[in-house]
Write a protein of this length. Sequence first.
Length: 261
Amino acid sequence: MKPEPRVVIKGQIFKWGEKSPYERSGDSVRGALELNSGKVKCHECGDWFSALGVHVAAKHDGVRAYTINHGLSVGTALISPRLSEHLSTTGGGAAFRRMWKDPVLRASQIERVKLRMKRDQYQPPKGSRWSTEERNRRRECRAQLLERLRVIAEDLRRSPRGAELPRAFVAKLVRSFGSYRKALTAGEMLPAPCHNEYPREVLIEMLRDFYVLNGRLPRDRDWKTGVLPDRKAYYRVFGSLPAAYEASGLLFRILSSNAAD
Ligand SMILES: [Zn+2]
């Protein structure tokens, strides 16, 4: 049986499903190292290596550019956990220096220093406070945020409005996508219908449904949960909430139940 794929995020090993879904980046996933049979996958050529950093320095644009281009945190070691463990238990520094004695690798190290001097040219993508790797660890990469948004939309059977979501969640979407609308577009979701798109009968129906389910009229915070359309929709059609309750036949019930008390 094929071993279950794993990912290395910030030096820790996770099962694939623990942090999924992922964004693609090159031949692998953004902000994580794929791990299989003790080796990690190169995002650029898709081959598997123990000392990925050595390979990247020799064959690609250098470690720093590589980590930034693929959403990894600067300073993340491009190395398989097994080799990392091995180096740390056998005096890794010396072993690593021996690897660098290879002339090809030495040349690539010079290249690396040159790249380090130009490091300011490599800026993380605008608006991202954290690398994708860090966001993967927090389960807040773009793919994961969209997944959460999609689950909420499925519950509501429509896209949520920004105001219906926790502020912190909206802030994360805005940071990652530029705006809430852009996040919806990225998730191939339509914006929620405008308030004036609800016809009178639907508004009444929803108000009655709410009353039947909860045995009371909506309170202030119920208008924010997405169970009911925005209050403004009711103002527009009925002029006021009491008028809407009256039109739904609810005001009479409230008054009569109060009288019975
Ligand atoms: Zn490669």
